[in-house]
Design a protein around this ligand. Structure first.
Ligand SMILES: [Zn+2]
Length: 115
């Protein structure tokens, strides 16, 4: 995985939180699988915890701010960053894989195993 660092921004390569779940360095493609609850999925809109609201709001704000930061960093680096949501995988893994293939031709079959 030494080649990963060659195309990721330095801060990303050093931060475990910035590491993508699936990475294709030669294609400059990174796939992030986001948990719907933690990253506040816009599709399934997970419920907000009823207790400790201030804690959870702060937590979610930090998570989404971090996501936005990485989105910007990848864009600035000229790399592709694809977010796949947990609910997409639960409700339609095959269609998600097909979508990824269509959008990013050349993604190897092995990504299904990695996901
Ligand atoms: Zn979702």
């Amino acid at each position: 995985m030494a080649s990963r660092a060659s195309w990721l921004p330095r801060a990303l390569a050093q931060s475990p939180r910035g590491k993508p779940d699936i990475c294709y360095p030669s294609r400059r493609l990174a796939v992030f699988v986001h948990g719907c609850f933690w990253h506040r999925c816009p599709y399934c809109r997970p419920s907000f915890p009823k207790t400790n609201a201030a804690f959870w709001q702060q937590k979610f704000t930090r998570n989404t701010a971090r996501d936005a930061k990485y989105k910007h960093m990848y864009r600035e680096a000229g790399s592709q960053r694809l977010v796949v949501w947990e609910c997409q995988l639960k409700h339609g893994l095959d269609s998600t894989v097909t979508l990824v293939r269509e959008l990013h031709r050349g993604v190897p079959e092995s990504w299904q195993v990695a996901a």
